[in-house]
Design a protein around this ligand. Sequence first.
Ligand code: NDP
Length: 333
Amino acid sequence: MRWGLIGASAIAENHMIPAMRHAHQEIAAVMSGTADRAAAFAAAQGIAKATSDLADLLGDPAIEAVYISSTNEKHFAQAMASIAAGKHVLCEKPLAMSLDEASEMVRAAEGAGLVFATNHHLRCSGSHRAIRGLIASGRIGRVLSLRLFHAVHLPESLRGWRLTDPGAGGGVIPDITVHDADVARFLLGEDPQTVVAQMCASGLGQGVEDSAMSVWTMPSGTMVQSHESFTHPFAGSGLEVHGTEGSIFARGVMTQRPVGEIELVTAAGREPVPFSAHYLYVQGIEEFAQAVAGKGHPAASGWDGVASLAVALAVREAARTGARQTVGYGEGA
Ligand code: NDP
């Protein structure tokens, strides 16, 4: 499949371009807001065409799909233009700045008969799929609680708009809580119902939060505890799922790489849980390409992106107001 990249971003450079090429996809063009940056990015990445004009990229009939990885406030207009031009869309999270915009993007793609996916990479990982399988097979009985540890140390190279610009979608909640919302939905197969939360700036955020903690209730009664941060150098990431018949402990699994370890603890003792070490982003691209070919669905759909955004927005509102929020999924419910 032939792709156009919208946004000359770090995630495109470091993960998605290598993943697309690994999955035998062709990258035909890149669009950036500035012509010089587009040209430099294209030259560095070996991409034939560079442009600063979205219509120019979308006007190429050979481009079947676009990958949108601009800053968050640009996703909506770029996705809507891409859909109008008949392109399938893989869009970065958070899909948009508001639930209405995100829903409109997904609905437009549905109306046009196009594949629309959200780049929630964690549900593509072998570790998360193994944990989901354990839960679904009943190995830990009825799930009582899920704890998500996603407090990282933001690399110097990413310390830009994420830390300073609410207008571009900065802050740890739109950046990482959306991923954790998707993980909870993916592992537990249900949508968070209400949330309580606190947030703060703990050293890096300027005008946006760089740390958040929240507790979510699920329709089944399962409780979810979630911690995201940009300021924790040594915390490590992970998750725990506790059930009536067992517990799952996963360390180092909230990452972009196929790493980490999982242990299952039951009355029978402790056992390591094996999982596939395939590359997360390659898996996502392959499933997207299959969906475009009419075989299956993308790993995370557009509505999954709407739902993760709904949870993140509720967490921020709960933290801002100090009041419990009911998650409003809009049309994505
Ligand atoms: P970057 O800051 O690297 O890129 C975002 C935009 O900033 C680019 O599209 C580009 O604008 C502009 N830009 C970047 N570098 C420069 C520069 N040196 N000079 C001028 N402009 C620059 O962001 P990320 O790659 O970290 O994030 C992009 C999107 O991807 C976000 O939506 C984020 O949430 C998401 N993301 C998702 C991840 C995942 O695992 N799913 C991981 C990381 C990010 P222009 O569009 O004009 O080229």
